[in-house]
Design a protein around this ligand. Structure first.
Ligand SMILES: [Zn+2]
Length: 85
């Protein structure tokens, strides 16, 4: 079972201090780009995993401990974050 990227917005915002839902993520595996909110998020494990909608490769992993957030972005070729003009 998965949910959309909005489900991961809270934990990622806590770790990064920004809202990633409108960020454009490019998959390192297949090269497809899409907004983070449309990724497939699996949040029932010990962490949160966002997967590519096209090829199912892992884009982003986030694990939170009591004192730290561990963020693995190696599955994303790039993350384009819109900034206020
Ligand atoms: Zn992909």
């Amino acid at each position: 079972m998965f949910v959309d990227g909005n489900a991961a917005a809270g934990p990622l915002a806590e770790a990064l201090g920004i809202d990633l839902t409108t960020a454009v993520v490019t998959c390192a595996g297949c090269g497809v780009s899409g907004v983070f909110a449309e990724t497939r998020v699996y949040d029932q494990g010990p962490g949160v995993v966002a997967r590519c909608r096209s090829c199912e490769a892992v884009l982003i992993r986030l694990v939170r401990t009591a004192t730290d957030a561990w963020l693995d972005l190696r599955g994303a070729r790039s993350v384009r974050i819109p900034l206020a003009p």
